[in-house]
Design a protein around this ligand. Sequence first.
Ligand code: TYD
Length: 134
Amino acid sequence: MNTYIIEFIKKTTGNSEEGSLVFIESNKHVDFEIKRVYYTYSARNGIIRGFHAHKRLEQVLICVYGKIEVTCDDGKEKKTFILDDPSKGLYIGSGIWRTMKWLKDDSVLLVLASDYYNEEDYIRDYDTFLKYIK
Ligand code: TYD
């Protein structure tokens, strides 16, 4: 399945109270040019979003606060990832059905995307998805 975890470079000062900094550059720390950034927030524990696949879009999902479970499905197998570390991202290639479940109130999901928003790129019906990837 075309999904994998990316470990970003994390800068710390040595004083844990001062926190950490992560930076992400196009074609360097992610394997595509970042054309769009969006984030989902203020969702309650237990909420599930997503329920779609993309025909061409590539994305990297980062839980910058909280804990989110992401399930990826390529029509043959399913993989589940727990995102709870802001220094890691989940790459999701095209043609993968995904759901994102909030495991903590107010978790924030930051998404880096390879293209501008285009509803035509979405497949929002699971049976249509299964036919599309065959
Ligand atoms: P959607 O991608 O379905 O969100 P999720 O997978 O988290 O449930 O998007 C929700 C709505 O927002 C939908 O009407 C499309 C719209 N939207 C945009 O207009 N621009 C964007 O960049 C994104 C990601 C969504």
